[in-house]
Ligand binder design. Structure first.
Ligand code: BEZ
Length: 211
């Protein structure tokens, strides 16, 4: 299976999860989705990550994002671990966790990277758009917990740039000024973003549209 690249179709699959059998594309519908892998159940970094993703439920919902986790452990193991996640983080698992003991989904999404580990998945993150195309992928090693505030920040940028002809600058956060893309002429920029600022001819900024 070749590596998934941005703009590719996110492969469909059917898998067992903590919320029953899920067909990925049917489950996702026309929402945004975050598919993320964790290397192993009953491990410390993963426990903190899953609690955090659960605690962010309102943030996912606000953005019309469905989240789904995966590891090569079994559903039985996931269910046992859910209690630990609640004990440690105070958050109840509120999204499906895929069990992938035969590594079907892990292989489809290239989540097993043998020079890191040939038995566990790396920490992959895939953000998938309403059109089922891949919008972002990240790969972290097992030893580094991910920053889910960053995932939300990227989703804010992706959702904004899908709607307006803008891009978001370094360290941008929702509500801050954005960049008008080069595809927009100065004349159109004035019509669409009146009073925009020209920092350089190729760097034009404007308050975030739609705010
Ligand atoms: C962890 O979640 O802490 C972890 C999992 C697999 C390998 C190393 C760390």
């Amino acid at each position: 299976m070749p590596t998934l690249r941005l703009g590719d179709d996110a492969p469909d699959f059917t898998a067992e999860t903590t919320e029953g059998t899920v067909n990925f594309h049917d489950w996702k519908g026309d929402s945004w989705a975050v598919l993320f892998s964790h290397p192993k159940d009953f491990t410390p970094v993963c426990t903190t990550e899953l609690g955090r993703v659960a605690a962010l439920k309102d943030e996912w919902d606000k953005r019309n994002v469905k989240v789904i986790g995966i590891s090569v452990d079994t559903s039985e193991s996931h269910e046992g671990w859910a209690q630990d996640i609640k004990d440690v983080t105070g958050s109840e698992l509120n999204f499906p966790l895929i069990s992938d003991p035969d590594k079907k989904v892990a292989d489809l999404y290239d989540m097993i990277q043998p020079n890191a580990s040939d038995t566990m998945t790396v920490r992959s993150v895939f953000i998938i758009g309403p059109d089922n195309k891949l919008k972002l992928s990240l790969t972290y090693p097992a030893s580094t917990g991910r920053n889910f505030d960053e995932i939300l920040r990227v989703i804010d940028s992706l959702q904004l740039t899908a709607k307006y002809k803008v891009a978001t600058p370094v360290d941008w956060k929702d509500g801050e000024d954005v960049i008008i893309t080069g595809a927009v002429s100065n004349e159109d920029a004035e019509a669409q973003f009146p009073g925009y600022t020209t920092v350089k001819p190729y760097l034009r900024t404007t308050p975030q549209p739609g705010k």
